[in-house]
Design a protein around this ligand. Structure first.
Ligand code: 9WN
Length: 453
């Protein structure tokens, strides 16, 4: 099924309606009911969606998020904003970030971890889409936000990479891809005591709880939060003692493209020479780090367990980190493009759409219904689409865009994720970031747009 111009216009209207429905003024709920607060990387994608409707509103989304930035530079993964009628578990009490010296002062309440830094990509896209008459105002707002973005990237390049490896260390599965099998082994070796009584809300909000992480996962997630609390969210203490420290190649690749986006915006933002030099050095270091993690046998880049000194040998979407980051090695790129469209990923003949699943169907841990263990996440395919476009693979990028729109249109809902064989919508419906990337895709006729400012 292809999406015609008429149905694309309809899809665009429905996507815009989702953002309006989830709009809370100057921030947007990640999803009604299941995710009623402001999530960090969701907000970045959401801002891209808003950029198609209103550049000011798009900037407000990010400005609001960065108002909760920690003094270390960390942008927290959730800023708790919903009222008492819209509970989410675990809420601010569980995190108790007031004990952290770097946390923002009350009444701002956040979690103490972070998510992939898509924000600079959002600002880049906002600027591209800003009409001429709004440019003076938006330029001023970008100039005001830019130092905060650099500070955020500095946090990731230093506190989250004390080894200066170019790779970001994540502290928690909630730093992006929750129950991805990438974390299974590390979680299995952590000794946990039952982390106090708790009641999950997510499994009651989703019709089929098998689409969500298990209680085994939640015990570990909450136990890890308890440890982070114990170390008062202090990066040095965490690095010294904490059991879950993973070099995440996907997160690292997003940082690379975000550094490239900030460099692209440097003139718009009137960036200092010092900032330009720093960004260039983080960019180079990130690309080198990813190039070193490449596994020639599988053609994929591998995550790394800092505590056990082990590479995580699994075929997941994260393995395409060199593509996401546009590293320079031509042999690696050729190998990546080959694996991408092989049976192990997008080219699986049983897949309904030629899209990137979160986990290869060739892996024993693959579960087509379960969250980050197999389903297709539109935002991940959006990042791939952007990267392929920038790398000059416009036709493949365009196919990805058309299949993604086809998948969303056929499902008739802006689902959180999709079953790869059937295209069945899964998880939350009316998910803001899915609507946002659908808006961006519907407006992007063909490749080649992502580069020019
Ligand atoms: C925990 C909001 C978030 C996304 C994450 C996704 C999911 C939360 C949850 O939803 O995580 O942060 O409760 O499962 O995994 O990537 O940002 O959409």
């Amino acid at each position: 099924m292809s999406v015609t111009a008429g149905s694309r216009a309809l899809l665009r209207d429905r996507a815009a309606a989702v953002l309006h429905d989830n709009d809370a003024g100057s921030w947007t709920k990640a999803a009604p009911h299941l995710y009623p607060h402001q999530w960090s990387w969701d907000s970045a994608f959401i801002a891209i969606g808003w950029a198609h409707l209103d550049a000011r509103r798009a900037m407000a989304e990010l400005e609001h998020l960065f108002a909760a930035q920690w003094s270390t530079g960390m942008v927290p993964h959730i800023v708790f904003r919903a009222g008492p009628g819209e509970p989410y578990f675990p809420g601010p009490e569980w995190w108790d970030c007031s004990i952290a010296a770097a946390a923002p002062a009350p009444p701002v309440r956040t979690t103490g971890i972070c998510q992939p830094p898509v924000h600079a990509l959002a600002v880049h896209r906002i600027w591209q889409l800003t009409p001429q008459d709004k440019r003076p105002e938006i330029r001023g707002r970008i100039q005001a936000l830019y130092p905060r973005l650099v500070k955020w990237h500095r946090y990731l390049a230093t506190e989250r990479d004390p080894e200066a490896s170019g790779l970001v260390t994540v502290y928690h599965p909630w730093e992006g891809t929750d129950n991805s099998p990438r974390w299974d082994k590390a979680l299995s070796r952590i000794e946990v005591a039952k982390p106090g009584p708790y009641t999950r809300l997510d499994t009651t909000q989703i019709a089929d709880p098998s689409q969500r992480p298990t209680d085994w996962d939640y015990d570990r997630y909450l136990w890890l939060v308890g440890l982070l609390r114990k170390y008062r969210y202090d990066d040095a203490q965490i690095y010294g003692q904490y059991p879950f420290l993973m070099k995440d190649v996907f997160f690292s690749a997003v940082l690379v493209s975000a550094n490239a986006a900030l460099l692209d915006l440097a003139d718009v933002a009137a960036a200092s020479d010092g900032d330009r030099e720093q960004l260039t050095s983080w960019l180079d270091r990130g690309r080198d780090g990813l190039t070193r993690c490449f596994d020639t046998e599988s053609g994929l880049c591998l995550d790394y367990d800092v505590r056990t000194d082990e590479r995580i040998r699994l075929r997941t979407f994260a393995g395409f980190a060199p593509l996401f980051a546009q590293t320079a090695d031509a042999d690696q790129r050729a190998a990546q493009l080959h694996v991408l469209d092989s049976e192990d990923f997008c080219g699986n003949p049983r897949f309904r759409w030629r899209l990137l699943p979160s986990m290869s169907p060739a892996e024993p841990a693959f579960e087509p219904h379960n969250y980050w263990r197999g389903p297709i996440w539109p935002v991940i395919d959006w990042l791939l689409w952007r990267s392929l476009t920038l790398a000059g693979y416009g036709d493949r990028a365009d196919e990805l865009r058309r299949d993604s729109l086809g998948q969303i249109a056929a499902a008739e809902t802006f689902a959180e994720y999709f079953e790869p064989f059937t295209g069945e919508p899964l998880g939350s419906t009316q998910q803001s970031w899915t609507a946002a990337v659908a808006l961006d895709w519907s407006a992007s006729e063909h490749s080649g747009e992502a580069k020019c400012i």
